[in-house]
Design a protein around this ligand. Structure first.
Ligand code: GDP
Ligand code: MG
Length: 441
């Protein structure tokens, strides 16, 4: 008996040593991934110490997928780090609010201002843009061009050189004109330009913004913390937008910006165009930081909830990357039923945040049903087409008449389709995992 107990103990201590080794190796790998993603080194170091406390070696010994357990713990920690614990101010329709954009030169403020305005305009706001960048030549032209394209009123001057004066005048004017979302674009700041920081502080004092948004280039890397902190010290930053997330950068600097400003990331910029702008979604962001790809959580979910016999067909469609209106129709049906596949689709970054925002399930369902009614009035060729350009005015009118909805709604539905098709196209060429490979790291 004594022999078997000591044998068992021996076995257990060996197992623990092995698990410690697995833990160590795994954390090293994750550290490398996070360094490459530009996460601040000190933050990684602190988090790893935390993980070592959180991950229970005994649980690890009992678990069959040790790497998965460790990775999940890291994933959860990173999600927590992206959550400053309080939501940012959000504009309300019909209630005047002023939003000021700040950030380094070239970070994407002017572009993002327009995206933000356009996004809210589509939601029924009456936005207006004020150009308080008198520093850079051509700044007003750039804003004017963007604003005109989006049919958004703007204010600025070629003559006036005092940004504080222009900002105050612009805000005053749009308040009178009953614009409910007044957006103030400021000039770029380099670091170590005390005078410009002081000017930004004065613009903030003169316009009394309800929200100050810090715009950060996603590739900024290790400098992000110091930069975000410098802005926070001058103006009351309340939210962060990370731009250029369409490039190679993984945006690890966003973790620093959240920590330095104690504010959440609210949107990300994913291209130069007006509609390349998404609500920030923490899980795909963290997956990407860890090098898991945006879709790894999604793949896990497929494995978890889709019946095994339906998985191949779904994965095949995903890997083809072409998203037809018929496919959208089918996915809407799934979502309404909230069957297993519906659950999966509600997890897609584009679907979850936009089609089915939390707390608005009733409205979302009504909207989906409206869209489906319109799609019922489409021809088979239209439903199977992957080219939204075929929907010219006369087709849109026919669909509107056939479904008893307005042309505006048909156009809105087609825009939604284009957006989802773009999300979907990212799956193109997706490697379809073989059986048993899916939950591997
Ligand atoms: P500002 O100096 O902060 O106002 O920056 P701008 O808005 O003028 O943007 C600087 C450059 O970054 C421009 O060429 C923009 O087109 C580009 N840009 C801004 N946001 C994005 C984005 O999300 N993705 C990409 N690829 N480029 C962006
Ligand atoms: Mg600018």
């Amino acid at each position: 008996l004594g022999g078997s107990i000591s044998r068992a103990l021996q076995k257990m201590s060996n197992a623990t040593i092995i698990d410690e080794k697995v833990l160590g190796e795994c954390l090293n790998e994750i550290t490398r991934a996070l360094m490459q993603a530009d996460v601040k080194f000190e933050m990684i170091r602190d988090m790893m110490a935390n993980i070592k406390r959180i991950v229970n070696l005994e649980d690890l010994a009992a678990g069959h997928n040790k790497r998965r357990i460790i990775q999940q713990a890291v994933f959860n920690e990173l999600c927590k780090m992206m959550d400053p614990g309080k939501a940012s101010f959000t504009p309300k329709k019909g209630k005047t609010c002023v939003v000021m954009f700040v950030g380094l030169q070239g970070s994407g403020k002017t572009t993002t201002c327009t995206k933000y305005a356009y996004y809210h305009q589509k939601k029924g706001f009456k936005p207006a843009l004020v150009c308080a960048d008198t520093f850079r030549a051509g700044a007003f032209d750039q804003l004017k061009q963007n604003a005109t394209k989006a049919k958004i009123p703007f204010y600025g001057s070629y003559m006036e050189s005092d940004p504080v004066k222009i900002a105050a005048e612009g805000v005053e004017r749009f308040k009178k004109e009953n614009n409910d979302l007044i957006i103030v674009d400021t000039s770029g700041r380099h670091m170590q330009e005390a005078a410009l920081f002081e000017e930004m502080r004065q613009v903030s004092e003169a316009t009394k913004p309800d929200l100050v948004i810090f715009v950060m280039d996603g590739s900024i890397g290790q400098m992000a913390f110091a930069q975000a902190q410098a802005f926070k010290q001058s103006v009351p930053v309340g939210a962060v937008i990370v731009t250029k997330m369409d490039g190679h950068a993984k945006g690890g600097g966003a973790l620093s910006a959240v920590a330095a400003t104690k504010s959440p990331v609210i949107f990300i910029g994913t291209g130069e165009h007006m509609d390349e702008f998404e609500i920030f979604d923490v899980k795909p962001f963290v997956s990407r930081l860890l090098g898991m790809g945006d879709w790894s959580g999604f793949m896990d979910k497929i494995q978890e909830v889709v019946p095994t016999d339906q998985q191949p067909e779904l994965l095949q469609k995903l890997s083809e990357g072409s998203f037809t209106l018929r496919l959208m129709y089918e996915q809407f049906q799934n979502i309404l039923k909230m069957g297993p596949i519906g659950q999966v689709f509600s997890m897609l970054p584009g679907f979850s945040a936009e089609v089915m925002p939390k707390g608005h399930e009733k409205e979302s369902q009504a909207k989906i049903k409206r869209y489906m009614t319109m799609m019922d009035s489409m021809t088979n060729a239209e439903l199977d087409s992957t080219n939204p350009k075929i929907f010219n005015d006369s087709r849109a009118l026919r669909i509107a008449r056939g479904s008893g909805r307005s042309v505006k709604e048909v156009v809105e539905m087609l825009e939604e389709y284009k957006r989802l098709a773009k999300v979907w196209s990212k799956m193109k060429g997706l490697k379809i995992p073989k059986k048993g490979e899916m939950s591997a790291l």
